[in-house]
Design a protein around this ligand. Structure first.
Ligand code: MN
Length: 484
């Protein structure tokens, strides 16, 4: 009986080159054992195998076992495996069937409620998986099944939160109680939160836009995490030839929409995800934990790859790190209170950004036509920031920005600004020069500058790039507390 069932299993494999069991050992069903293998094949998946009538009846689960009854997952029925496969772990060599690492993700016993051709209902008693599950074949399909959790979600597990707004830092100076802070390099890029589950990664920008498709090279983080569920916080950066993050370079990646363009640019201008916080891991939120403990847990994940890193933080010694960041031409440092929890969406003094060069986002409210060499295009941008909240929100004029452009950025700005044109000034109070062309205040630009003048305008501002990860309504004037 078992011999006939293993025919397909044997046909697919060459037992002089794969370490997998040939299944020659007498198949003897001792009990109702089950195993779930994590299989790092070309595509990461999990293999569920149930001991039954002398073989292991098997399904491949592309996203693993669903922890929640609200989410059914695919289960592809595969060939029966020999009983001794229940203990198998190893590396199937390149070129062989199912090449890649196989390790046991969970094992235990199960009780059968139903075992029919198109429906199986079992209760698992494993280390990780416990509870009733149904496997059912989809109508008119041979191999395609679904797996459904019939019990309530595992009470030991908190569901993974969705759409977390990143915690923000206030602009300031190095904190006085140096030893109470951890210091990180401030990365000049685009903030992103990564939701990793069942080998899959979803990336959201700080205004909760799904930017997963934008950065295909970051999908492999899911493979590295395997079945470990995690929510990561970090900054997506594009590094220049000297290894410094360049927001200007990142501009080449931020605004693409076509898949082929994205793939091409991912090769020519690859990005790196600098991971600095952990908000959820293995069924538990970590946001209530203090910074120091979150960092400790983050480091246990050992996330270092071709396109991602977990840069270390420094306990105290903020001054030295700030000086080093300046020397390396980096934007600055962020001081984070070691005892502070993660507060989604909040801008608090628990995180303070200390910058070597001042820069902030500004709302574009219009432009001035160019003169001379820039005749017929944009000469300068007219920018501002919001004051007040809700119905009392007003856009204040902060000056004109006439440098920092490239031909490409001027072209893109013109393309996006022309359709937004309007007659009235969006600024209230102080107004820009007479020849201004006004637009709906929707676009947000990153502007570098020396300081705020006493009149409330920017001194020596320069354009660094457009930001579509920030809403114009959220742009405010950031300034160190001492200058208030
Ligand atoms: Mn497999």
């Amino acid at each position: 009986m078992a011999e006939r069932k293993l025919r397909e299993y044997r046909k697919k494999r060459k037992f002089d080159s794969t370490p997998e069991p040939a299944g020659d050992a007498r198949g003897r069903s001792e009990s109702n054992r089950f195993v779930i293998h994590e299989h790092h094949a070309r595509r990461l998946h999990w293999d569920l195998r149930l001991e039954r009538d002398g073989v292991l009846v098997s399904w491949a689960l592309p996203r693993g076992v669903p922890p929640d009854p609200g989410e059914n997952r695919m289960a592809v029925h595969t060939e029966d495996h020999p009983l001794d496969y229940v203990d198998f772990e190893g590396e199937i060599p390149k070129g062989e069937y199912g090449a890649g690492e196989i390790r046991i993700w969970d094992k235990g016993t199960y009780e059968t409620e139903k075992f029919e051709d198109a429906k199986v209902v079992v209760r698992f008693d494993g280390e990780r998986v416990q509870g009733r599950y149904a496997l059912f074949r989809l109508k008119d399909s041979g191999r395609d099944w679904m797996i459904h959790r019939m019990d309530a979600p595992d009470p030991r597990r908190e569901p993974m939160p969705e759409h977390i707004e990143p915690m923000k830092a206030t602009l300031g100076k190095l904190p006085r109680d140096d030893a109470a802070h951890g210091y990180e390099i401030k990365w000049d890029g685009a903030r992103a939160i990564a939701y990793c589950s069942g080998g899959r990664v979803i990336l959201e920008s700080r205004n909760l836009r799904d930017v997963t498709a934008q950065y295909p090279e970051l999908r492999a983080i899911g493979r590295e995490l395997g079945s470990r569920e995690a929510i990561l916080d970090g900054e997506i950066v594009a590094l220049d030839d000297d290894g410094r993050p360049s927001f200007q370079l990142l501009q080449r990646r931020m605004h693409l929409t076509s898949d082929s363009e994205i793939r091409r640019r991912a090769k020519s201008t690859p990005v790196t995800y600098m991971i600095f916080d952990l908000l959820y891991v293995e069924g538990h939120s970590t946001m209530e934990l203090i910074y120091e403990e979150r960092r400790k847990l983050l480091e246990t994940l050992e996330l270092e790859g071709a396109s991602w890193q977990t840069p270390s933080f420094h306990r105290g010694e903020g001054k030295a790190l700030l000086a080093a960041s300046k020397e390396r031409g980096l934007e600055g440092v962020i001081a984070k209170r070691l005892d502070s929890p993660y507060l989604p969406g909040k801008r608090t003094s628990a995180w303070v950004k200390v910058k070597n060069v001042r820069s902030q986002e500004m709302v574009i409210g219009g432009w001035q036509p160019g003169k001379g060499r820039r005749e017929g295009t944009i000469g300068s941008l007219l920018v501002g920031y919001n004051e007040g909240k809700g119905a009392k929100r007003r856009l204040r004029y902060a000056g004109k920005v006439g440098t920092g452009f490239t031909d490409e950025s001027l072209r893109r700005l013109a393309e996006q600004l022309v359709p937004l044109q309007r007659d009235e000034s969006p600024f209230e109070g102080r107004q820009p020069p007479r020849d201004a062309v006004f637009v709906e205040p929707r676009l947000v630009a990153e502007i570098e500058f020396n300081e705020w003048t006493t009149a409330g305008t920017l001194r020596h501002p320069s354009f660094k790039g457009l930001r579509d990860d920030k809403d114009a309504a959220d742009v405010i004037r950031e300034e160190p507390p001492t200058s208030r």
